[in-house]
Design a protein around this ligand. Structure first.
Ligand code: 5GP
Ligand code: ZN
Length: 139
């Protein structure tokens, strides 16, 4: 797609540090290197984000994660690894070509943080919410 920075990376019009490529996906180092080895995995087919994927395109993209994550963890000698996918601006998406962040984690020495705030569980409200979401699942 014109004006899409990741489509330009796929086409080779913008250079990138590639770590894996096949007919469906490309993985390359994120320019920001949130931690050493921070990688992006993207589908070759332009799609806005996971919210606009069908099962087939999602399967192609997400199925590649484990082998790339394992290689990344090994090569960087990381202690762990976060897999993150931002969808829409409110969730931190800044590039609107779907991508998965693979972020190696180093127990003693990284500045990366994910902050989950815990709330007291309201079990009836949880049950009601679960039902409401369940009704929205596409069949
Ligand atoms: P988002 O915030 O949309 O989830 O992530 C977009 C990511 O793309 C950011 O982490 C940013 O550093 C990365 N990025 C943006 N432009 C480029 C680029 O030209 N090359 C590479 N390698 N990464 C990029
Ligand atoms: Zn694109």
């Amino acid at each position: 797609m014109d004006n899409c920075i990741f489509c330009k990376i796929i086409a080779g019009d913008i250079p990138s540090s590639k770590i894996y490529e096949d007919e469906d996906v490309l993985a390359f180092l994120d320019i920001s290197q949130a931690t050493v080895g921070h990688t992006l995995l993207i589908p070759k087919e332009h799609v806005r984000n996971a919210l606009s994927m069908d099962e087939k395109s999602a399967a192609k993209l997400f199925a590649r994660i484990p082998k790339i994550a394992r290689a990344l963890k090994k090569a960087t000698k990381a202690d762990g690894l976060n897999i993150i996918n931002n969808n829409e601006e409110a969730a931190g998406q800044t590039v609107f070509h779907a991508h998965v962040h693979l972020v190696p984690r180093f127990a003693d020495s990284d500045e990366f943080a994910i902050h989950f705030v815990e709330h007291e569980p309201d079990f009836p409200a949880l049950a009601q919410l679960a039902e409401k979401i369940h009704e929205e699942i596409e069949v």
